[in-house]
Ligand binder design. Sequence first.
Ligand code: NAG
Length: 161
Amino acid sequence: MKTAVGSLLLLLVGGVVSVEWKHSAVLDNNFLVLWTPDEKDVTFEIQVKTLGYVGLGFTKDDGRAGADMVIGWVDNNGQVHLQDRHVKDASRDPQMDSSQDYRLLLGYENKTHTVLRFSRQYDTCDPRDLKITVGGCDLCSSKRETQSNFLRNTQKRARFT
Ligand SMILES: *[C@@H]1O[C@H](CO)[C@@H](O)[C@H](O)[C@H]1NC(C)=O
């Protein structure tokens, strides 16, 4: 009986963990983003070498102002947090959107990395979120080594395809 339950659990975990990603981009050596576009939504996974905050941003131009961001972290109790935010003023922390349009699917931290998997619709209908269109926006990364504050700079970008 115990074995049966054990293998069922393993199967379920296996089902959640094994995803084939259609696209990937290395936003910097320590920031990997994977994504799979679906009909109505896109599933993302970010694997970042930090135990602090991680963020993925969507922008249409070079400036980070106006960027649509998703920020997450794993707290000291192992609880995963994911927040839909936007950058109003590039010199300040991204502000919380009143409409939270990202769905957290999975998140964990190991000794070195924070991994977050989430999905969102292409068009969330929230004016604070950028409508994702193929080739129409850039992905940018942000991270911080500690959880005391958000990082205020943008590293490399990749084109969303
Ligand atoms: C932690 O997770 C990352 C991302 O999945 C992986 O690349 C790395 O090898 C893992 N490290 C350990 C110590 O398991």
